[in-house]
Ligand binder design. Structure first.
Ligand code: PHE
Length: 364
């Protein structure tokens, strides 16, 4: 028995002493890992030695156990030291091999810019922000009820022809080869006006919002018409709001947008959701008002439609027309953008052609 104890002690000592030499031989991290499991792993040398502990007299076991723990601790420390050493050597080698030329010019970052439509939209947001308007957005996919009925345009009313509509198909009908409009009346909004009603249902007066957003119409596409375009809607609802307020506000807006000398005029217009309705013109931005092809020689350009919100629309928005009145206006962002930059064809705006888009650096 005594011999057994001595033998085990000697084996443990040998493990302790040879470990460091074997580690020095391991020349990379993978071999160190391998050595770790050879020495300390579940079937490793230390474990194998400790299996003989059962043959050692009970009284001797604690001292052998202590020795084994000490050996394990030392070997583990030696392993991590060796790993550090190898990593350091690796770094030294890379530092020696690679050179960095600190004086070489950096790679320049390509700075992008906003789409021209968004630059004009941003100017509009800023101007109306200064007038106390908030941004309120609505969905591009609408219901006929919101896009038409709530705006005082009943089904089969001839005014629907003014807003040629793109319908969302009834699920399955396309696959059957018989596409038809969705039964629940889902359409792509033809203007931002339905957001007037959404805002009235959601907010309480006083309301002062603008609604920029994408709209869709079933249009024959040409240089001045697209099936996809942007509008900016405005809505004010308050006690005793009048047409004079609308007029004053729009005149100020035109000066902020196009300069102090801008001349403006109102003409009668027609929209089912405003009464009375007006068209708002500014002097031609191309010729200044003397008459040119861009303004059909009239000297004026219509930039938006507007009017006092129709009582039916206020009611659809859950607002009592005897207590509150409002005005609304809607303008085409695409038209304002082509006018500002002298862009000859509206389709360029949606073309995603970088040769076109790169001509509009910020601040221009
Ligand atoms: N929604 C109208 C259009 O698309 C514009 C408009 C908005 C007119 C608000 C009056 C009031 O043409």
């Amino acid at each position: 028995m005594q011999a057994m104890t001595e033998q085990l002690k000697a084996d443990l000592e040998r493990l302790r002493q040879t470990a460091s030499a074997r580690l020095t031989d391991a020349s990379d991290a993978a071999s160190v890992d391998e050595l770790r499991s050879t020495l300390l792993g579940r079937n490793g040398e230390l474990t194998t030695l400790l299996k003989q502990l059962g043959d050692v007299p009970v009284a001797e076991r604690p001292s052998i156990g202590q020795l084994a723990n000490a050996v394990r601790g030392e070997v583990e420390t030696a392993i991590s030291r060796r790993l550090d050493e190898l990593r350091g050597a690796d770094l030294d080698r890379r530092l020696a091999d690679e050179s960095i030329d600190m004086s070489a010019p950096g790679r320049s970052v390509r700075v992008g810019h906003l789409h021209p439509l968004m630059m004009v939209e941003r100017d509009l947001r800023e101007i109306f922000h200064a007038f106390g308007f908030e941004i309120y957005e609505g969905p591009e996919i609408e219901t006929e009820a919101m896009n038409f009925e709530a705006l005082n345009i009943p089904p089969d009313h001839p005014a629907r022809d003014l807003w040629d509509t793109l319908y969302v198909a009834e699920p399955g009908s396309v696959e059957q080869g018989l596409p038809r409009p969705a039964e629940d009346g889902t359409i792509l909004r033809t203007h931002t006006s339905p957001v007037q009603v959404r805002a009235m249902l959601d907010l309480r007066p006083p309301i002062r919002i603008i609604t920029p957003g994408r709209c869709f119409r079933y249009e024959a596409v040409d240089a001045s018409h697209n099936f996809e375009f942007f509008q900016v809607e405005g809505l004010v609802v308050d006690r005793s709001t009048s047409l004079a307020d609308l007029k004053g506000m729009l005149e100020q807006f035109a000066r902020a947008m196009y300069g102090d000398g801008t001349r403006t005029r109102f003409r009668p217009g027609y929209y089912p959701f405003t009464e009375p309705s007006v068209a708002f013109d500014v002097n031609c931005l191309v010729c200044g008002g003397s008459g040119c092809p861009a303004c059909s020689r009239t000297g004026w350009m219509t930039i938006l439609g507007a009017g006092m919100v129709h009582p039916h629309v206020l009611r659809a928005g859950n607002i009592d027309p005897d207590e509150h009145q409002g005005y609304a206006f809607g303008m085409g962002l695409d038209r304002m953008t082509v006018l500002r930059y002298g862009i000859p064809d509206l389709r360029l705006l949606m073309g995603a052609d970088l040769r076109f888009l790169e001509q509009f650096p910020m601040g221009a």
